[in-house]
Design a binder for this molecule. Structure first.
Ligand code: SF4
Length: 351
């Protein structure tokens, strides 16, 4: 059920909503299929669905407005990364989406909340707090609006933008079901990233769609992790790893562990060794994949990324049987592509 205070928007409308609107207008029955196939099958903007008469496109645009207004759009110098700062139609709150392209894939990194209540110390979004949860239409729309600007098919969606997706479980899961059912993304092309909301992880283990789970770990022990991720006080590492193993056992997918590498904080070879030992002993199906993310510069947090050589040494020390380690290239640093940074900058500029 849609919450009573949520207006129907273009991508929040379900097929039944569309059929009801077109029925009221006495349009032929095949129109609903045409609209649906255009919006989701061909992934076209409404205005580009030329099988629909112009007056009908205009009427639909008015009745089913987009939920997001593009306040800022930035494209990196290599044109492979684009970032949007959206203002929502509902209340003007701001959210971000990033599109990352390569020859093989195009990935939309979407926000699940406006802001975030988790308060991770190194994260621009966490510093600003939570405005509100996004609704399903606002999440689905981020993917489609990114698609409209993308010359190739958006093949992957990652819930790694603003917000903690498992703290907004219902709308996020409904969006995943629509990305799968309406846009035809396979579950394995959808990644849900959590900072360790254990009840949400356990719920994920019961779902039929085997989405990929990414866990933001950032430290190999509770004392250090609690200084970076306050939620660790509530759900310590052992519980988070336990829930991650439950998800892996349920869906057979390898879990990724994200590790933001911060110079002088969590980047020592002792940390690397402890991380390797921790995950080497983790019983999850398929072993652990560690993704090292050299910290993106963030206003309000003095930490910085270690040198590439130090990150490489960290990766070598952490790797072992059952633990593969990769280093993620920071993309779009020139356009503030890390989570929450564009919004933080916009807020600073508007005072
Ligand atoms: S890192 Fe993720 S979970 Fe932590 S504050 Fe930022 S958006 Fe929230």
């Amino acid at each position: 059920m849609r919450p009573a205070d949520t207006p129907i928007t273009r991508y929040g409308a379900r097929r039944a909503d569309l059929e009801a609107i077109l029925g009221d207008w006495r349009e032929p029955r095949f129109r609903a299929e045409q609209v649906w196939a255009g919006l989701y099958g061909a992934r076209l903007p409404l205005d580009a669905i030329t099988t629909l008469p112009r007056p009908l496109r205009d009427a639909l645009a008015e009745t089913l407005p987009e939920a997001l207004h593009a306040a800022t759009v930035l494209t990196a110098a290599d044109e492979m990364t684009t970032k949007w700062l959206w203002r929502t139609r509902r209340d003007g709150t701001e959210v971000e989406t990033v599109l990352m392209r390569s020859e093989r894939r195009a990935t939309a990194c979407v926000s699940s909340q406006a802001g975030c209540a988790m308060g991770c110390t190194f994260c621009a979004t966490g510093q600003a707090g939570l405005d509100r949860h996004l609704d399903t239409g606002e999440i689905v729309e981020q993917v489609l609006r990114a698609q409209h600007a993308c010359p190739q098919r958006v093949s992957n969606v990652v819930f790694m933008g603003m917000g903690e997706p498992l703290a907004n479980y219902g709308p996020v899961w409904a969006a995943i079901e629509r990305l799968h059912g309406d846009l035809g993304l396979s579950a394995r092309q959808i990644t849900v990233s959590t900072v360790g909301v254990v009840p949400g992880m356990r719920r994920l283990a019961t779902e039929a769609l085997p989405v990929t789970l990414a866990v933001s770990l950032h430290a190999p022990d509770d004392a250090l992790r609690s200084t970076l991720v306050p939620l660790n006080h509530r759900y310590p590492i052992a519980e988070v790893l336990d829930a991650a193993a439950e998800v892996a056992a349920a869906n057979g997918r390898r879990v990724t562990f994200e590790y933001a590498v911060i110079h002088g904080v969590n980047d020592g070879l002792d940390h690397a060794g402890a991380l390797g030992a921790l995950l080497g002993a983790w019983p999850g199906v398929g072993g652990a994949h560690v993704n090292l993310i050299p910290l993106n510069p963030t206003t309000g947090f003095s930490g910085r990324a270690p040198s590439p050589a130090r990150v490489r040494a960290f990766a070598e020390r952490a790797a072992r049987p059952g633990v593969t380690v990769t280093v993620r290239r920071n993309r779009g640093v020139d356009i503030d592509a890390a989570c929450g940074q564009l919004r933080a900058r916009a807020r600073a500029e508007t005072g």
